[in-house]
Ligand binder design. Structure first.
Ligand code: MN
Length: 214
């Protein structure tokens, strides 16, 4: 487990994100895609490996076109219970903005030693998500411009799930949560603590409209 960075970045009394429960098992193969309207909209791509969710932020989202290499910036490992996290992180907190569970399922590494392949920076796998399917690879970029090693490329392999020359139209088409069916705007509206509770519960704000019931 390597959740140190994840925990250090967050204040769990201020964010609805999971604090990271201890895991009973480290043999799962969860796939998670989240759509995250932070300061910049992006997609988060997560694969369960060695008891955590290895995580990448994909600024433009994945592409079904094998000719497109989507930049995927590796971020801190996330806890497994992040797979079901959908809601609103308050403005000013780390990653502030609305999070949708955009895709969920499992992944299957093509190699026998995924941890070793991950460390080497080349991972090939099959995705069994509701939206992302078929063969994909993640390749760490080389060269001086990637000195900290966080820049990877997420690439669709050519198979029956590939859509050559496709734009990222499917991202707009698949705009709803696989957990709740909600759009980002609906998640934001549902999760707004002020509109959900109503201002009338605050005597300071409803003072002029207070009813004087006997
Ligand atoms: Mn994110």
């Amino acid at each position: 487990m390597s959740l140190k960075e994840y925990k250090a970045k967050r204040r769990f009394n201020k964010t609805p994100e999971p604090a990271g429960a201890p895991n009973s098992s480290t043999v799962g193969n969860l796939l998670v895609g989240q759509k995250h309207a932070a300061s910049r909209l992006h997609y988060d791509f997560r694969l369960e490996l060695d008891g955590t969710l290895k995580s990448w932020a994909v600024p433009k989202g994945p592409s079904l076109d094998p000719g497109v290499k989507a930049l995927a910036v590796q971020v801190e490992d996330h806890p497994l219970d992040y797979a079901d996290f959908e809601g609103v992180i308050a403005k000013g907190e780390y990653g502030g903005g609305t999070v949708m569970v955009w895709d969920q399922g499992s992944w299957q590494p093509e190699g026998e030693h995924p941890s070793r392949d991950f460390a080497k920076g080349k991972l090939k796998f099959q995705l069994h998500g509701e939206k992302l399917r078929g063969a994909w690879s993640l390749v760490r970029m080389g060269g001086k411009r990637n000195e900290d090693g966080t820049n990877w490329l997420l690439i669709k392999s050519d198979d029956m799930y590939a859509r050559p020359n496709a734009k990222r139209d499917f991202l707009a088409h698949y705009s709803r949560s696989v957990l709740s069916g909600r759009t980002l705007n609906e998640i934001s509206a549902d999760s707004d603590p002020i509109s959900a509770r109503g201002a009338s519960s605050d005597p300071g704000r409803s003072g002029t409209h207070r009813r004087t019931t006997a």
